[in-house]
Design a protein around this ligand. Structure first.
Ligand code: NAD
Ligand code: MN
Length: 357
């Protein structure tokens, strides 16, 4: 029996609702497979903690987290605390402090959920977007001079390092190689941006030599939006910069059907630190406490966590159960159903118990 220690940080809004549903489902998966045990330790960090203590998590928060095998994260954001405090106080320090440089965002059309694309059905859109998560356009470099004056200047400098680009490229090629189609698309804007983006293209070329069995191509980011919309079936694994992948993954989520089903993993591929698994959506105060939050994104990121822990069979049991329940039409209102969070969760647990192994 493999045992893992998981830190759970449900945080704000619907975070606690979807994370507790996720833990029930993960426990059911482990009970079904009999091959693993996940022990959850709960942390009450977030906006309520901030209101009581003046900080989103304790000073030694990262120290507390660093020995866990993974982090299961809900969402941050409260109506009465500014967003830059909640984001920079909890989520970003974990991503940056643990050098989670690969942000991995799988997207596919789940049976039962309609894509807004007229001609796309199940199987036509099955992508993983790999977002560089540590540098690029969000490096924080830049500044303002002559504030408020007519001659005011603002700069926002994108930083691309050979180390940073090589490691994300290698991660993306490896991921593409592990998927059946072995197909990678490298996104840049190397026609207009002729320094860092040209370096991306060159490093992609160099790294590709290590992966002769992976077919790859290059796209400019603007043309990429057209290809995602009109030829979704020609794409599989996608790698792009922090900014480009941020935008493309929102488009991907919308094309696949809903924010309530989109998940993400913040990975330290070298496994020096715990990686963090979360739904893409925020704290959704408009539906908090109503019992109708869609737990599917949180289940999906739970499956990513199982895969990261080398529990492939367990991940498979979970994703199959979620697909079966959506196909049966047991879904929350955001994706056109009328089930509650608890009903979807119970249905997924039922499907897990009945899963063939
Ligand atoms: P949001 O993702 O919280 O909600 C956007 C819309 O989608 C809302 O109408 C919400 O009801 C709906 N929605 C989101 N998740 C859902 C789910 N699981 N089931 C059903 N419906 C769902 O984004 P927002 O409203 O822009 O932001 C609310 C707060 O969340 C803000 O404070 C924001 O900063 C924060 N936020 C945090 C994260 C994060 O923690 N990673 C991400 C995005 C936003
Ligand atoms: Mn974004």
């Amino acid at each position: 029996m493999k045992k893992f220690q998981i830190a759970s940080i449900p945080a704000d809004g619907i975070g606690p609702e979807v994370i507790s549903a996720g833990i029930e489902v993960l426990d059911a998966v482990c009970a079904r497979s009999g091959g693993a045990e996940l022990n959850f330790t709960h942390f009450d960090w977030g906006s309520d903690y901030y209101k009581a203590h003046g900080e989103m998590m304790p000073q030694d928060g990262l120290d507390t987290l660093k020995d866990f095998d993974a982090i299961y994260f809900g969402a941050v954001g409260a109506e009465d605390v500014p967003d830059h405090i909640t984001l920079w106080g909890l989520r970003l320090p974990i991503c940056q402090g643990f050098d989670q440089y690969a942000n991995v965002r799988p997207t596919k059309i789940i049976p039962g959920i309609d894509s807004p694309l007229r001609n796309a059905g199940v199987g036509d859109l099955d992508w993983v977007i790999v977002r560089e998560n540590s540098e690029g356009e969000y490096s924080g470099h830049g500044g303002r001079a002559h504030k408020g004056m007519p001659e005011e200047v603002g700069t926002e400098v994108a930083i691309f390092t050979r180390v940073g680009v090589t490691r994300i490229m290698r991660y993306a090629f490896q991921l593409a190689q592990s998927r059946p189609r072995k197909l990678l698309t490298v996104v840049t804007k190397s026609n207009a941006q002729r320094h860092g983006m040209v370096m991306w293209d060159e490093i992609a070329e160099e790294v590709s030599a290590e992966f002769p069995d992976v077919t790859w191509d290059k796209m400019l980011v603007d043309a990429m939006t057209v290809r995602m919309t009109l030829q979704p079936e020609t794409l599989d694994t996608i790698v792009a910069t922090n900014l480009h992948a941020d935008i493309l993954s929102d488009l991907a989520g919308a094309l696949a059907g809903s924010l309530g089903v989109a998940s993400t993993a913040n990975i330290d591929p070298e496994r020096r630190f715990p990686s963090m698994f979360e739904p893409i959506h925020g704290s959704a105060f408009d539906i908090t406490g109503k019992g109708i939050a869609n737990p599917v994104a949180t289940f999906w990121t739970g499956a990513q966590m199982l895969e990261h822990l080398d529990l492939a069979e367990e991940a498979q049991i979970l994703t199959s159960a979620v697909e079966q329940v959506c196909a049966d039409g047991i879904m929350t209102p955001d994706v056109g159903g009328n089930a509650t969070t608890a009903e979807v969760t119970a249905a997924v647990i039922n499907a897990i118990r009945g899963a063939n192994r």
